[in-house]
Design a protein around this ligand. Structure first.
Ligand SMILES: [Zn+2]
Ligand SMILES: [Zn+2]
Length: 360
């Protein structure tokens, strides 16, 4: 029962993807059922061979396990070959787990054929940039932005029907939401399936169109969107708001992505979950020790005790005054800077000179 796919396509086991494609194209042209008088099963065979050998993963599996690998070509159905119904054909292969890229081989002959499957349509994702102050990034905040985007019409709730009127079955597609299109090509006659443009793939059209959205169910408008920004968010992080992107008729809305840009602070900077600041200390205070009042990021007064002889490279750490993350809070780290006076009085200079003579 096992077929040699390489034999079927008449290519070498080491054939390149390009060679395989060329061989298939040639054979598909020769054996296409609509060419008349040729063997349908032969066409099925070469298509099956191509669907496996054109896919790197499937080809590898086939080379290793032969035709019996799970989801392999042997399970591929032969449905829909009468008249070559494109949709049925795809489903037949779908059952066997073979993803088959017609667009790749037939180019625009099938234009859009794959996209017409019954997948729920999804609106476009939107991404926006949002700049927030450093303090808001640390403690969290909410922002309301005004966004112009395609939204579901609130008047008809997306149905496209004028209020009080009903929807009726689309006559173009008889309610299926899909239309078949038969085209002639060098490979013969093909039937492709695409979403019905009359009902936008929903299968139903309003008897009377909604005045707001002109029957589309969606329309572009400005919408206020509240964005809640969690505490501890870092520069460059992204917030995803599911289904707050663009709406689409008969489908689900895309997502909204908000990229956060944190404005730098003049005093504080971030290091993981810690806040870091520099603190200027007078020469004498750094030697003798002192207490310096500072204002924390949340605006509270804090007395920072500077021990005597504290060296600049030894950091001061105030526990749990940093960035709130994961239910805890980082520390405030203070880096001391000894501030030298710009000018010395003759008295001060004398005192310093005395210190020097002490060997300091
Ligand atoms: Zn409407
Ligand atoms: Zn329709």
């Amino acid at each position: 029962m096992a077929k040699d796919y390489y034999n079927v396509l008449g290519v070498d086991k080491k054939a390149s993807k390009d060679d395989i494609k060329k061989a298939f194209r040639k054979l598909a042209h020769k054996y296409h059922p609509d060419k008349g008088g040729t063997d349908e099963s032969k066409f099925k065979e070469i298509t099956e061979a191509y669907s496996v050998l054109s896919d790197d993963k499937k080809r590898r599996e086939y080379d290793t396990y032969g035709q019996s690998f799970p989801g392999g070509g042997s399970q591929s159905g032969g449905q829909g070959f009468g008249g070559f119904d494109f949709n049925g054909f795809q489903q037949g292969f779908g059952n066997g787990g073979v993803e088959f890229d017609f667009g790749d081989i037939f180019g625009d002959i099938f234009n859009g054929g794959r996209g017409a499957q019954s997948r729920t349509p999804r609106g476009r994702d939107i991404s926006i940039d949002l700049e927030i102050p450093f303090k808001d990034a640390v403690f969290g905040t909410t922002r309301t932005v005004l966004l112009a985007k395609v939204s579901t019409c609130t008047l008809c709730k997306g149905t496209g029907a004028k209020s009080g009127t009903e929807l009726e079955t689309c006559k173009t597609c008889n309610g299926s939401g899909r239309v078949h299109e038969t085209r002639n090509s060098i490979l013969g006659q093909f039937t492709s399936v695409r979403a019905c443009s009359n009902c936008e793939g929903t299968g139903k059209i309003p008897k009377e169109k909604c005045t707001e959205c002109k029957g589309h169910g969606v329309h572009r408008k400005e919408e206020e969107i509240k964005i809640s920004i969690p505490s501890g968010i870092d520069n460059g992080e992204m917030i995803r708001l599911p289904q707050q992107g663009e709406a689409i008729k008969g489908g689900i809305s895309g997502d909204l992505y908000v990229k956060i840009h944190v404005k730098p602070h003049t005093i504080f900077r971030r290091d993981g979950s810690n806040l870091v600041m520099n603190l200027s200390v007078k020469l004498t205070d750094s030697v003798l020790g002192t207490t310096i009042p500072i204002e924390t990021l949340e605006g509270k007064n804090l007395e920072v005790k500077i021990p005597p002889m504290k060296r600049a490279e030894e950091l001061l750490r105030v526990a749990e005054k940093g960035i709130p993350v994961d239910g805890g809070r980082g520390d405030l780290i203070i880096r001391l800077e000894v501030a030298l006076p710009h000018k010395l009085s003759s008295k001060a200079k004398k005192a310093i000179e005395e210190l020097r003579s002490e060997g300091l």
